[in-house]
Design a protein around this ligand. Structure first.
Ligand code: F6R
Length: 611
């Protein structure tokens, strides 16, 4: 949440910062701002998206070789011009941007109030900035030292970038809990919440760790800990191409990412799954195979869409590995003093690898002796680095705020882990193992087949776009898919939608059913099929409108539903990777039909680095 960009070097800073902010807008788009150093500090900021700020400052003197920029997801204080970052300190000599939450800002504010400070915004950021300035003045120290002293008093999460009027070419940066990447160029440095703002300039990057402070000049990068000791920066090479973060001819990133799924699932399986040899190679799992097999229980910890992937995995692991699995919302798990025993295995599932609740949940569990495995998309992210082992999903950058390709890649990875462990453990027969391996290898093709029918779903979107509520129902492996379908619709089209296990409908939600309520059934051919058919009849008997995701060739449900969306046949364990695709498309096309900005749905941000 919130995107930050910085540049210091010989080029014009403003275009680099604006372009970088556009790439980071997925992290929040409540307001935008830049601070440039050009003889003195200039700050331009505005409520709204990056393009709105750009339009508003046409004609201003934007020439500078050092600058910082921010795109905000509001936490403290409504989205407004005055709450937009960068903030200026009381003296006007410092400018700062911040991603995160300063939890004890009220206490710091009281101290500053007593010293006569007044504030022009409602943000925790302005409080921290003035706190730093006060320390600098009071201790008569330089900015670097003041930041160090201040951060020792701070509780919460932050990445901060600061410009100092008296130090024209230097950016001071620090991190705890929110991501910070520094790109290294020739006599220039780039800073970002992720590597996307610097991709076209350099592939050499340093991921800054918690409690580290960076002093960044054009020709020098100094990293220190909060004890003022120097740390040698660990420079990594980015394995990411510019094309991966551009729309490539699609109207929206979300559509591009839905259509990328045959490739992303293929990439995820590639080099790991060999159906002809009957092998699954995952070194980050292999090391912990014994721990997983002998675990009393596996706890899946995640949020949102990743939590839905965990729910599907619960069914798969219990079926194939006969291990007790619990699926936890990271935000609940971390606060309720859960019982974690040595030998428990935690699987943290996260696209961004930066979700604050998931990160803290695994940090706590790690301290209590659990083995932590990460199923993460973003390479080098905090969750990946905190985990003992695990497997990357290799879905490539997911920029659309609603998660799509990350979900199917998570399912592919989790299925491979379950197959591997079940096979070694002997809880799955050789035949079933080989069949599932073969079928898994065919999933990319089957997703491609499903996508070829997207025009039918576009037509359905027109028909149902004005509904006020939707129900999504499914059973077994398709129950979490129903939850995911409902979440996608809520996020993208702002239509109220609820996901339920199909049988639960009778225990309450059926009261909602009338001729105006579309009910989406995820009703592919599986062990629950006949039961779902009965549930469809129950909705039809009450005049509900039934839209069903069905297996190709299913004349029976096609005959009773108002509309159908078709997927190819697959083993029920693998079916969610297919049945979710029409639901992603339905949400997308309804959002587009309602003329919403589907890549940047209101109030959301991609990477939730606050609690
Ligand atoms: C839904 C969505 C969110 C994320 C959730 C977890 O479309 O994107 O619900 O799934 O915020 O994020 P990660 O997977 O990055 O931990």
């Amino acid at each position: 949440m919130c995107g930050i960009v910085g540049y210091t070097g010989p080029r014009e800073a403003y275009p680099i910062i604006i372009k970088g902010l556009k790439r980071l807008e997925y992290r929040g788009y409540d307001s935008t701002g830049v601070a440039l150093h050009n003889g003195g500090l200039k700050v331009y900021k505005k409520k709204g998206k990056v393009a709105e700020l750009e339009d508003a400052i046409v004609g201003k003197d934007l020439h500078a070789h050092v600058g910082i920029g921010h795109t905000r997801w509001a936490t403290h204080g409504e989205p407004s011009d005055r709450n937009a970052h960068p903030h200026r300190s009381a003296s006007g000599k410092l400018a700062m941007i911040h991603n995160g939450i300063i939890e004890n800002y009220n206490q710091l504010k009281k101290e500053l109030d007593n010293l006569g400070y007044s504030f022009s915004s409602e943000t925790d950021t302005e409080v921290l900035l003035n706190f730093i300035e006060e320390i600098k003045k009071n201790n008569q120290c330089d900015l670097e030292e003041a930041v160090r002293v201040a951060l020792k008093r701070v509780t919460g999460a932050y990445v901060i970038l600061l410009l100092d009027e008296d130090n024209p070419d230097t950016i001071i940066a620090a991190r705890k809990g929110s991501p910070l990447v520094i790109g290294i160029g020739k006599n220039e440095h780039f800073l970002g919440s992720d590597a996307s703002p610097m991709l076209e300039y350099t592939k050499e990057v340093v991921y800054v760790n918690d409690y580290e402070l960076a002093i960044v000049k054009p020709d020098e990068l100094i990293l220190k800990n909060l004890g003022n000791e120097k740390i040698t920066p660990y420079v990594q090479k980015l394995d990411l191409e510019l094309a991966a973060i551009e729309k490539g001819g699609y109207d929206h990133f979300m559509l591009k990412e839905i259509f990328e799924q045959p490739q992303t699932i293929y990439d995820c399986l590639r080099g790991r799954l060999d159906a002809s040899e009957g092998t699954i190679t995952m070194s980050g799992i292999q090391q912990y195979a014994e721990d997983i097999m002998t675990a009393n229980r596996i706890i899946m910890v995640a949020c949102g869409t990743s939590w839905h992937a965990g729910l599907v995995a619960e069914y798969i692991f219990e079926e194939l590995c006969r291990i007790n699995v619990e699926v936890e919302y990271a935000s609940e798990f971390r606060y309720r003093n859960p019982i974690i025993n040595k030998g428990d295995v935690i699987i943290a599932i996260s696209q961004s690898g930066e979700t604050a609740d998931t990160l803290v949940a695994i940090e706590n569990a790690k301290e209590k002796g659990a083995i932590i495995l990460g199923v993460v998309n973003v390479v080098g992210s905090s969750i990946a680095r905190t985990s003992h082992g695990g497997a990357y999903t290799h879905a490539g950058p997911e920029i659309g705020v609603a998660s799509t390709k990350a979900f199917t890649a998570q399912l592919a990875v989790l299925t491979m882990i379950a197959l591997k462990i079940g096979y070694i453990k002997g809880t799955i027969s050789q035949d079933r193992y080989m069949n599932l391996l073969n079928e898994l290898q065919q999933i990319p093709e089957k997703v491609a087949w499903t996508l070829k029918h997207s025009s039918t779903i576009k037509t359905l979107a027109q028909k149902y776009k004005d509904a006020h509520d939707f129900l999504y129902l499914g059973r077994g492996y398709n129950f979490p898919v129903a939850l995911e379908g409902a979440l996608k619709l809520k996020e993208i089209s702002y239509i109220h939608a609820e996901g339920y296990p199909a049988a639960e409908m009778k225990h309450g939600p059926i009261a909602l059913v009338d001729e105006n309520l579309p009910v989406v059934f995820v009703a592919t051919k599986d062990a629950y099929y006949q039961k779902v058919v009965s549930n469809i009849q129950e909705i039809k008997a009450r005049k509900g409108k039934v839209i069903a995701v069905i297996t190709e060739g299913d004349e029976s449900i096609a005959g009773m539903a108002d509309d159908v969306m078709i997927v190819p046949e697959a083993d029920e364990i693998l079916a969610p990777m297919l049945s979710v695709v029409p639901l992603q498309l339905l949400a997308y096309y309804i959002g587009v039909a309602k003329e919403y900005d589907v890549d940047k749905p209101r109030n959301l941000a991609k990477s939730v680095t606050v609690e």
